[in-house]
Write a protein that binds this ligand. Structure first.
Ligand SMILES: [Fe+2]
Ligand SMILES: [Fe+2]
Length: 167
């Protein structure tokens, strides 16, 4: 049976990954309405990836004899000041998620649940990629300035560093 403290922490992470999926979906929808289909596509894919992160947690908890609980997700914002401000929010959110994953790793170590600690390494590595993707996008936006988004929107999908994150 999975350790109860670890199970609770993983269940809280289900909420965070599910909220991430909703947040990026809200951002995608906003970008689509603003006439930025490339940015929207990047965010729609990101939203799907967050859902697969949530599913990984659900399945792991259940496989280990725990009980995954699907919570309500709070409503994300519906408007974003600028594309730059939106991606700053993406980076901040990913940093928050990284800290949360690290906290769970610390709980696993304290509870001597080395199986879950080892399993979480996938998320630790994924967060390196997620933060680096967001920083890379912000670097490009700094270069371009927020007023010149046509080329950025066309090229954003080529900035994806994707190592098959859904597995
Ligand atoms: Fe995630
Ligand atoms: Fe993420």
């Amino acid at each position: 049976m999975i350790n109860k403290k670890v199970e609770n922490a993983l269940n809280e992470q289900i909420e965070k990954e599910g909220y991430s999926s909703s947040l990026y979906l809200a951002m995608a929808s906003w970008a689509e309405i603003k006439g930025l289909p490339g940015i929207a596509e990047w965010l729609y894919i990101q939203s799907d990836e967050e859902r697969t992160h949530m599913l990984k947690l659900v399945k792991f908890i259940n496989e280990r004899g725990g009980k995954a609980v699907i919570p309500a997700f709070k409503q994300p914002g519906t408007d974003f000041a600028t594309v730059m401000a939106m991606f700053e929010d993406v980076l901040k959110h990913e940093q928050f998620i990284s800290a949360s994953i690290n906290d769970i790793v610390a709980i696993c170590i304290a509870e001597k649940d080395f199986t879950t600690q080892h399993w979480l390494q996938w998320f630790v590595n994924e967060q390196i990629e997620e933060e680096s993707n967001a920083m890379h996008i912000l670097d490009k936006l700094e270069l371009l300035g927020d007023g010149n988004l046509y080329l950025f929107d066309r090229d954003i999908m080529s900035l994806r560093q994707d190592s098959g994150s859904s597995e």
